[in-house]
Design a binder for this molecule. Structure first.
Ligand code: 1HN
Length: 354
């Protein structure tokens, strides 16, 4: 179909005599659907998102430089946005999701605030820095997946003597699409500590749950999924479980309360690709963000090939076939809006392009 947005059936010759009507209709805020239909209801997804890669060794110096020009306190969050070049100026890595690299220096505090948007942190570099959610701290280590649920007070602090870097993923573009966003600053830099470190893990992190617990949110009450445990699970899984032709050994992060996804708007996974694994082509309606944790390999998306190693980030747009090739054992974290699409009955996927 032509890309003009017109309905398939509209006759361009006959259109010439309709201009006067269209002008009068427009003055009444009326638009003829047949002139825009083709752009509204598509034959298949056509994402403005472009398959893009950010190499860690190229972005890290910019993060360090940002530390010389602004403090965490002044910036509120010292983040360099990973902006998709197909949507310049929109602070989107995919259509629905935000991603950025945040850096916090020793002794700094990223001040407490809360917002409707949910956030995930995927730790890249550093240790002995914390994020606090609703007055409970968790210390973060590389590869940890940490969650800030919607409308919870959160602040970050670095107690170590080295910079700490993590990837932020937020759903604020979904929130803003529905004009449902609120935000509030806490009066002090840090929210008071209300619970001991490890409280959420004790309550929900052992396949146990306090009797009488009733969920107050659709987000998992576990807010740190430590890499050491995720890595161990993948390692043990790979020793006996059948490998998936598209995904290798791939696990989804779940909410232990209901077995569903960990977050209500963002799906998250960790996968292990054994050395020399070559995945079967796959595509899905969720644009996905990948982060390499360990190992090396490449991802082929259309006519692009992204070679990746630790801490590199890349994105694959909706409905584009991709395949991964691992040159060593490799571990990859990923996230997308799939959980939201599933709830709305939008989600589709295709294994193999034959
Ligand atoms: C935010 O609150 C954080 O809490 C990080 O660390 C990135 C990007 C946009 C809006 C709010 C954080 C953010 C953000």
């Amino acid at each position: 179909m032509a890309d003009d947005g017109f309905a398939h059936t509209v006759n361009p010759e006959a259109e010439k005599g309709r201009g006067e009507f269209y002008g009068r209709a427009a003055s009444e805020n009326l638009t003829p659907l047949w002139r825009v239909l083709g752009g509204l209801v598509l034959d298949q997804p056509k994402s403005p998102c472009i398959a893009t890669q950010w190499k860690w060794n190229e972005i890290r110096p910019y993060l360090m430089e940002a530390c010389n020009i602004i403090s965490a306190a002044e910036a509120e969050r010292r983040v360099l946005v990973l902006e998709n070049p197909g949507m310049k100026g929109e602070s989107r890595i995919t259509r629905s999701l935000f991603a950025g690299m945040q850096i916090i220096l020793p002794g700094e505090i990223a001040p407490a605030h809360r917002h409707v948007a949910s956030a995930l942190r995927f730790v890249i570099e550093g240790s002995n820095a914390y994020t606090a959610v609703s007055g409970e701290r968790t210390m973060m280590a590389p590869g940890d997946f940490v969650i800030t649920p919607s409308w919870t007070w959160h602040d970050h602090g670095n107690l170590s003597d080295k910079p700490m870097v993590w990837l932020d993923g937020l759903d604020m573009h979904l929130v803003n699409l529905m004009d449902a966003g609120f935000r509030e600053a806490y009066p002090d830099a840090s929210h008071p500590i209300k619970r001991p470190e490890g409280a959420a893990e004790a309550e929900f992190g052992y396949n146990l749950m306090p009797v009488g617990y009733e969920a107050t949110s659709q987000t998992t009450p576990i807010f740190n999924y430590p890499y050491a445990r995720t890595r161990e699970a993948l390692d043990k899984l790979a020793r006996f479980h059948a490998i998936d032709a598209c995904f290798g050994y791939k696990m989804k992060y779940i909410n232990p309360v209901d077995g569903g996804w960990a977050m209500p708007t963002i799906s998250t996974w960790m996968q292990l690709l054994p050395k020399d694994f070559k995945s079967m082509p796959y595509r899905s309606t969720d644009s996905v963000i990948f982060v390499c944790v360990e190992g090396n390999g490449k991802t082929i998306v259309g006519d692009k090939t992204f070679e990746w190693g630790p801490h590199d980030v890349w994105t694959v747009p909706s409905w584009q076939f991709y395949e991964h090739v691992a040159s060593t054992d490799a571990v990859i974290f990923s996230f997308s809006d799939r959980v939201a699409q599933e709830k709305l009955d939008f989600f589709r996927e295709q294994r193999g392009n034959a």
